[in-house]
Design a protein around this ligand. Structure first.
Ligand SMILES: NC(=O)c1ccc[n+]([C@@H]2O[C@H](COP(=O)([O-])OP(=O)(O)OC[C@H]3O[C@@H](n4cnc5c(N)ncnc54)[C@H](OP(=O)(O)O)[C@@H]3O)[C@@H](O)[C@H]2O)c1
Length: 156
């Protein structure tokens, strides 16, 4: 089963200059809890955006078309079919979400209120195919300045 996990703003922006457009520690915490102990797959650009370091306590797969790409601590794969037959948490970026969306069973989205300066966007979703099954409001405080909510959608 494929589970897509991402955070986006009101315009669907997810990235800017290879980074996240916002600073929202609550979402990083949520992401860590959601993916802890799981198998994750990411695109080569997202892997590099995290400082070329695999995320701890998770089985990291990095997708690239390069044959000689090295990512110590992660498994480098060239095709989606090279993933093991188990629950896979797809953690971005845009290209990778687009590839996996048609086959995804669950979407876990953090919706951040506001419009940030973004250059990378989540692909278009046909929301008729999805049902919202869980929604939690995040806490706004001094360190988490933007209203945000954590949502889980299941394919109808
Ligand atoms: N807000 C969020 O939740 C979130 C989450 C993750 C990332 N991001 C942001 O998203 C941005 C990066 O996204 P991106 O779309 O530019 O890049 P990306 O999806 O992370 O990586 C793209 C790369 O993946 C490889 N790839 C793509 N399709 C492939 C396929 N079918 N087979 C094999 N390899 C394939 C290619 O690597 P090669 O070029 O090496 O062949 C391609 O250049 C950054 O700004 C990051 O911060 C945001």
């Amino acid at each position: 089963m494929y589970i897509l996990v991402w955070a986006e703003d009101d315009a669907g922006a997810i990235g800017k200059n290879g980074k996240l457009p916002w600073h929202l520690p609550n979402d990083l915490k949520f992401f860590k809890t959601t993916t802890n102990g799981q198998t994750i797959v990411m695109g080569r650009k997202t892997f590099e955006s995290m400082g070329n370091r695999p995320l701890p306590n998770r089985k990291n797969y990095v997708l690239t078309r390069q044959n000689d790409y090295e990512a110590p601590g992660a498994v480098v794969i060239n095709r989606l079919n090279d993933l093991p037959d188990e629950d896979i948490y797809v953690i971005g970026g845009s290209e990778i979400y687009k590839k996996f969306l048609p086959e995804a069973d669950v979407l876990i989205r953090t919706k951040i209120s506001g419009t940030f300066d973004g250059d990378t966007f989540f692909p278009e979703v046909n929301w008729d195919e999805w049902e919202l099954v869980e929604e939690t409001e995040g806490t706004v405080d001094e360190k988490n300045k933007y209203a945000h909510r954590f949502q889980t959608f299941k394919r109808k």
